[in-house]
Structure formats: C-alpha cells, structure tokens
Design a protein around this ligand. Structure first.
Ligand code: ATP
Ligand code: MG
Length: 418
C-alpha cells in the first residue's frame, strides 16, 4: 500500500471541524483589525528564500524542498510566508496602497525537518504582515491580533518579547556577543561553533541545553540598544500595557538576520510539549529593500496551526469542553418504494436549498438499516414514507432523541426548521 510521504499529515473528517473553527476565527479577527487576505504560489524561486530568509538560517541551509524546472530554474516549495508576501507586494506595486498595508495568509508550508509532535514537513500557518509604519504601536497591534485569536479560541499562550536593535546598535552588541561566546567556544555545540563565525545571534536560539545554559549569561540585546531602539521598546511595552496584554521580556528571542530589527516576539504554550512556540514574529525593516523593493518597513508573525490545534485540544480536555463537530442532519427521510424515493429526494433537496441539513436513503438499504443509519449520523428527526403515507399525504415524524412521534403532512416536512 502506498503511504503518505514522511512528515505529512492527513487531517481527517473528525478533525476538520476544529480546523474550520480556527479558520473562521482567523477570518473574523483579522477582518476586525483591517487585514486583507493574500494568496501566493505554492512554489517560488529558491533565490527568494536564500535572500529573503537568509543563507545562514536552518530554513535555507537544511529545510527547503527544492526542485529544478525543465528550464533549469531552481524552484522550492514555500518554507515560510514573509518572503512570499514581500515579493508579491513589490511585484504588484502594493506599496502604492494607503499605508499601513495590512495583509494575512492562512496556508501550508514545507520544510524538510525531522518529524515529531508539533513538527511536520508540511504544516499550516496563519501569518500577518503589516507594512509602512515603524511605530511601536504597529508592533503592539500585530501582537494583539495573535493575542485576541488565542483568547477567542481559549488557548493559554504566554507572550515573550525582546528587541534586537537596529543596524546602528547591532555592531556593538555583536561585538559583545562574539567576545562572550569566543571565551566559551569549546563548550558550544558544533552548529553553534559554526554560528559563532557566520551568525552569532542565532546561538541564542539554540535548543541544546549546554548552549542554553551559556546563553543565560550572555550579554543581552536590550542592554545594548541605541536610544531610539530603547525608546521604541519602551513604547511597545506601554502599548501592550494599554491593551492589557501581559508579556515577559525574554532576552533569548532573536531573529538572526540582518534585516530583522527591533521587536521580536513569541507566544509559548505550556500545554503542547517540546515544540511549544505557537507563534513567532518580529519587525523586518530592511527586508523589502533587500528584495529590491522600496524602503518600506514591515512587521509580522507566523502562527503554527498544528500546534494551535494541540493547544486547543489540551485545553478542551482539561476543561471538559467538547470540540466542534460536523453538522448533523435535522431530518432523515426513509422512503419505502419507488414513488416514495422520488418524494424523499425531492423533499431533502428542498430542505437543503432552504439551508437545512437533511438526508434520505440513496443506498437502497432496508428500513431497519436506514433507521440505524439515521441514528448513527445523529439526525434529530426521522420520517418514514411508504405507499400508505403517500396516498394519505401524511406521515409520522419521530424525534430520535426523545422517542416522541407525531403525524404531519408530507409537504410540511419540507418546511421543518428545527
Ligand atoms: P521552531 O523553532 O519551532 O523550528 P521556527 O522559528 O522555525 O520554529 P517560524 O519560522 O517562526 O518557526 O514559524 C512560525 C510558527 O510556525 C512556529 O512558531 C510554529 O508554530 C510553526 N512551525 C514552524 N515550523 C513548523 C513545522 N515544521 N511543523 C509545524 N509547525 C511549524
Ligand atoms: Mg524551525
């Protein structure tokens, strides 16, 4: 039997209602904040991510699904959304729209990673990008969208924030960091020994416990900010406080790329095991220019839906809340005989067109099997229509939950509402 590729997920019908609930919540929340949806290709030129995510990141170094097209171009399945959105903004001239430009996406991404709980090779993200304002109130607004969504979905997620400064203050910090880690070089993991040369900021992001312990005592970005960045960070904290959004400052949150600036943040859930970061984001004031666009600042986040699903399920389990289910039919019509079948299919069609979930037999089952099926699919009512019922124009409507029966006119079945 052919199985799905390693690290991909089947999301089965029992689980899709929860996914739909999440997507509905995303659409509702984003629209209240004035974000419009953007869609972009499933694959892009690899060069977009090499430049737009950065050559020293895990994504570009090990995680891209690349392929050559027949014209010799290197393409890759999108590993993340920010570079795609920025490309589209530049290519379509969206920078001419009134600012701030507020966009969101809800789609799948691909990364060649070691699959485990909360980490797959194809995964889904809801992401936001806001362009054209460098004010800290914009950062706080972006953060508040994720916070509102978590609250709406009953997810406990702790907000951690940090500031990684700007091209003015970064060199000073860089120097302090390299000095510190150089004196501990032997203790670093092999990857971080390499990072020390290529991108020392990313050491702070290392998941190994030994590097982690070293990071705890490493110089902190927020202690090396220039006055402008310091003020920006203070404004961010003030705006979050004004909105009543709780946060902790976590000096280990970084985005290791030159064009990420100032605000970086993560939402962490303690309910979902080791892969606990549900949402990660930050400001990227240099990225649009880096990708040959105008000098347009931006801020955004990516929120992992698979991890969000785990958090919602855990919360529901702890609190005894039931998860969303597929809609159950209001009525099941069981026909007996050719004429009754025609009548039943006409009735359910009318009901469905009027927005009522209705079912009738389309398998040729026995009456007994039909009633069993009606029960299994959770229909609220059932009606049996046979020759007698047809000639009298009346049938029995049974409430399957209460077991009560009443006689109704057959045409009335098409009008049933609840
Ligand atoms: P991690 O440190 O967990 O690898 P990341 O920094 O690579 O995360 P981002 O690129 O910031 O992740 O993506 C934002 C969010 O998307 C993550 O916080 C996570 O919830 C989700 N995510 C990222 N990679 C995966 C994956 N392979 N499988 C499932 N969800 C993922
Ligand atoms: Mg990753």
């Amino acid at each position: 039997m052919i199985q799905k590729p390693k690290g991909t997920l089947d999301i089965l019908p029992s689980e899709t209602p929860l996914w739909q609930t999440i997507e509905d919540a995303v659409r509702e929340v984003t629209s209240k904040y004035g974000f419009a949806e953007i869609k972009f290709p499933t694959f892009e030129q690899s060069a977009l991510f090499k430049r737009g995510v950065g050559g020293t990141t895990d994504i570009v170094q090990k995680e891209m699904f690349t392929m050559d097209d027949r014209d010799g171009n290197e393409l890759c399945l999108r590993p993340e959304g920010t570079a795609c959105v920025v490309r589209s903004v530049i290519e379509n001239g969206l920078y001419n729209e009134p600012m701030p430009l507020k966009l969101y996406y809800f789609t799948n991404f691909f990364r060649y990673e070691k699959p485990q709980a909360g980490r797959s090779r194809e995964f889904f993200q809801f992401g936001l990008e806001m362009f054209g304002t460098s004010k800290a109130s914009a950062d706080a607004t972006v953060i508040s969208v994720a916070d509102t969504l978590f609250k709406k979905l009953g997810v406990n997620a702790r907000l951690n924030i940090n500031s990684i400064g700007c091209p003015n203050c970064r060199p000073n910090y860089h120097k302090a960091l390299v000095e510190y880690f150089s004196s501990h070089e032997e203790e670093l993991c092999d990857t971080c020994k390499e990072r020390l040369k290529t991108n020392p900021l990313r050491i702070l992001d290392c998941k190994s416990p030994i590097c982690g312990a070293l990071c705890d005592n490493a110089p902190k970005t927020i202690e090396h900010l220039c006055p402008e960045c310091d003020e920006h960070f203070e404004e961010l904290k003030g705006a979050l406080e004004a909105m009543g959004i709780e946060y902790s400052i976590n000096p280990r949150i970084v985005r290791g790329l030159d064009y990420y600036t100032r605000t970086v943040f993560e939402f962490i859930s303690d309910d979902i095991g080791a892969q606990s970061t549900v949402c990660g984001g930050g400001r990227y004031d240099g990225l649009v220019k880096e990708l040959d666009g105008p000098d347009l600042c931006g801020i955004g986040f990516g929120l992992g839906i698979t991890r969000l699903v785990l958090a919602i399920k855990k919360n529901a389990q702890d609190k005894g809340i039931s998860l969303p289910e597929n809609e159950k039919p209001l009525i099941y019509i069981a026909p007996m005989g050719k004429e009754a079948e025609k009548c039943a299919i006409g009735l359910v069609h009318k009901l469905r067109c009027a927005g009522v979930a209705a079912e009738c037999d389309i398998t040729g089952r026995s009456l007994k099997a039909q009633m069993k099926y009606a029960d299994k699919i959770g229909a609220k009512y059932a009606a049996v229509i046979g020759d007698n019922e047809l000639s009298e124009g009346k049938c029995e409507l049974k409430d399957l939950r209460l077991g009560e029966k009443k006689t109704v006119a057959i045409e009335e079945l098409a009008l049933i509402k609840e």
